[in-house]
Write a protein that binds this ligand. Structure first.
Ligand code: HEC
Length: 361
């Protein structure tokens, strides 16, 4: 943008100097050129160049004053040079101000390294249901617009930001200008207090008369939980594993479900990445990584241990039977969007959610 802007400004300057010398009506000819460089890019390149517009506006105004004072021909070159300098000076000053604001925002959303937070990549696991993985990938999305794009602009190098700056050209689709509002992810909704959530009495054992939960409905409940927990909007801008800006830790914001006649009575995260052996984080509320980092853990119970073995062998859900009716474990696998931070392979098991169900009311 900067080079196009500068080239057009140069054309206008040259046209004015030549018009002063050779044109029959130097003022009229120069104004004609000023109109040309202002509107031509809009038609051909679909961009408007703010610097060139400023220059053209100052030039036309200057020439109008000069003509009124009776200095038309002689005034053209100095007015042309002056309008060029003033236009670029104004934009330069506004860009310096903007850079200062960006430096402040960069300090608020600095690059963080994920390395200490994620000490190990996910161990390999057998291939799982590829349709589910593809569906998850679609739902997680590519996340290249909105907040992500603003964080990227904030962290791209200054020269690039300068030459791409809106001052030197505005693409039809407005150029992203990171601001406090566009960077702030806003609070995620608080986990609602469910009066009977975590009531151990309700979560215990098989539920007489409720029947066996339908695995398809449980799968949908788990898919919704997965998306809520990983929170793709909160990934921020991931340049690489050591440079992540604006990351919001994963967390649940609501109790997923219900699935047909079954509601979730308890939901815990089985962690595989931060401890040598699988652990279940113990917490009084739904899993939130910022709270779980220092939370106590318990070992997996026999049902969960069997479930993990099934998930590692490629299953996505392990649904309980007999005395474990009303329990199930769902796999949390790496989609391609997770790899940058988590390493390992696509489809690898990153963790699991362990659910206890109760009859929905
Ligand atoms: C921008 C980086 C980033 C991305 C992208 C990311 N994660 Fe994470 N994830 C982390 C960090 C960091 C932690 C460790 C907890 C913390 O520090 O917040 C973590 C923790 C986890 C855990 C808990 C691990 C444990 O053992 O405690 C799971 C499960 C998980 N992520 C799943 C996913 C999945 C699935 C995706 C992709 C859909 C994903 N993450 C994408 C950064 C990321």
């Amino acid at each position: 943008m900067f080079s196009i802007s500068l080239a057009l400004s140069g054309v206008l300057l040259l046209a004015a100097v030549l018009a002063a010398r050779y044109a029959k009506h130097p003022v009229g000819t120069t104004i004609g050129w000023a109109a040309g460089v202002t509107f031509l890019p809009l038609c051909t390149l679909t961009i408007g160049l703010t610097a060139v517009w400023y220059q053209a506006a100052f030039l036309v105004a200057g020439l109008w004053v000069a003509a009124a004072l009776g200095y038309s021909r002689r005034a053209v070159p100095p007015v042309a040079v002056g309008s060029f300098l003033v236009a670029y000076a104004i934009l330069g000053v506004s860009l310096v101000g903007k850079e200062r604001e960006y430096a402040r925002l960069r300090a608020a959303y600095p690059f963080e390294s994920m390395e200490a937070r994620l000490p190990r990549p996910a161990p390999p696991s057998a291939p799982s249901d590829s349709a589910r993985l593809e569906r998850w990938e679609q739902e997680v999305g590519d996340n290249t617009w909105g907040r992500h794009r603003h964080l990227a602009t904030l962290h791209e190098d200054t020269t690039r930001r300068f030459v791409n700056s809106a001052g030197f050209g505005v693409a039809r689709m407005a150029r992203v200008e990171p601001t406090e509002e566009t960077l702030d992810p806003g609070p995620r909704p608080d986990v609602p207090q469910e009066s009977d959530y975590f009531n151990p009495g309700l979560a215990a054992g098989p539920q007489a008369g409720a029947g066996r939960p339908d695995p398809v409905a449980l799968g949908k409940l788990h898919d919704a939980g997965f998306l809520d927990f990983v929170n793709p909007r909160g990934f921020g801008y991931v340049r690489d594993r050591r440079h992540v800006a604006g990351f919001q830790p994963h967390e649940f914001t609501r109790v997923p479900g219900p699935a047909e006649r079954w509601a979730v009575a308890r939901l815990e995260l089985v962690g595989l990445l931060r401890h040598d052996d699988p652990v279940v984080y113990v917490s009084a509320s739904l899993p939130r990584m910022d709270a779980l980092r220092d939370a106590p853990t318990r070992p997996t119970d026999p049902f969960e241990t069997a479930a993990l073995a099934a998930l590692r062998a490629g299953a996505d859900l392990h649904v309980g039977d007999g005395p474990d009716t009303g329990r199930f474990v769902g796999a949390v696998r790496s989609t391609r969007q997770c790899l940058e931070c988590h390493g390992g392979d696509r489809g690898a098991l990153l963790g699991a959610f362990t659910y206890r169900l109760r009859p929905a009311r």
